[in-house]
Write a protein that binds this ligand. Structure first.
Ligand code: NAD
Length: 283
């Protein structure tokens, strides 16, 4: 079975920084790459804050924290994106992901596993422009990656089953619970969860209730987070891109119709926690 020593993560945003932490905590040499230096620094701060919180809770020693940090190399140089496994966590846009993978596939050996953290885009489409599409796989972490145990593994039409086994073993070693999903839009979780967001936004659009009350109601009835608080955590922009992607991949089925309210939030730059304002305001 293929041995993984170095894992590179592309995109140091909401997901990428957390995935880098998971990788380094599991002892892998880790590279975190972003084209945007400001985002790279934010990603670095996010890992630091997350490890500090574990330190405070007594879940991590200072020595271990420093060891984890030295395992991560932060870079904005694409030429340094060389690894045994590359996990892409950049924007949810097919053309951008295809371009990224084409570039990275040329930089790396044909053995390098190319994984996408996409929430909705079929892996077969992502692999289309790559010379060895059998090494493309979906590794879909959940937010926040260091906390959430669930990972969906997605095989594209051409994915080599041996690569899936390598990923399963690796993720189990990281303490994750893997669920296999077919290459269908939104896979399992995002397809089911889409209606949680879309229907709540429709209720808001129809002035049935305020977003705070919708959250309050759903949280009181047992959901960990209401849909609006959850969209703010995910990133209102990312959530909107995922809804658009699923809506189009399901031939614009009305049940997945994206909301104008959400579109306006995205256009106004109210992207949730990461920008300090979404539906709610943050420090
Ligand atoms: N946010 C979530 O809760 C969540 C959960 C699971 C999966 N995902 C998926 O993970 C991916 C990333 O989502 P996110 O929410 O972390 O996005 P984000 O907007 O928080 O971060 C994306 C990062 O990618 C960087 N980037 C953009 N183009 C790039 C390129 N060509 N090369 C390198 N870096 C580039 C941006 O600078 C940014 O830092 C998406 O595919 C999304 O669907 C998101």
């Amino acid at each position: 079975m293929q041995e993984i020593k170095t894992i590179a993560i592309a995109g140091a945003g909401t997901m990428g920084a957390g995935i880098a932490q998971v990788s380094a905590q599991a002892g892998y040499n880790t590279i975190l790459f972003d084209i945007n230096l400001e985002m790279l620094q934010k990603g670095k701060n996010s890992v630091e804050n997350s490890l500090n919180s574990l330190l405070k809770k007594g879940k991590l020693s200072l020595e271990k924290k420093e060891e984890i940090q030295t395992k991560i190399k932060f870079t904005s140089e694409i030429n340094e994106l060389k690894a045994d496994l590359i996990i892409e966590a950049i924007v949810e846009n097919l053309a951008i992901k295809q371009k990224f993978f084409k570039e990275v596939a040329e930089l790396n050996s044909p053995e390098t596993i190319l994984a996408s953290n996409t929430s909705s885009i079929p892996l077969t489409q992502i692999a289309e422009k790559i010379s060895n599409p059998e090494r493309v796989v979906g590794i879909h972490f959940f937010n926040p990656a260091p906390v959430m145990k669930l990972v969906e593994i997605i095989s594209g039409e051409k994915t080599n089953p041996e690569i899936v086994e390598v990923c399963k073993k690796l993720l189990a070693g990281m303490g994750k619970t893997c669920v296999m999903a077919a290459d269908s839009p939104g896979f399992i979780v995002n397809r089911v969860a889409r209606l949680y967001y879309v229907e709540s936004l429709k209720i808001l659009e129809e002035n049935v209730a305020t977003f705070e009350d919708i959250d309050l109601l759903l949280e009181s009835s047992g959901f960990k987070m209401g849909p609006f608080r959850l969209m703010d955590l995910i990133g209102v922009d990312t959530n909107f891109s995922v809804t658009n992607s699923i809506y189009n991949l399901f031939n614009q089925a009305s049940k997945f119709r994206p909301s104008k309210i959400q579109q306006q939030k995205v256009e106004a730059g109210f992207h949730g926690k990461k920008t300090g304002k979404g539906f709610y305001e943050y420090e």
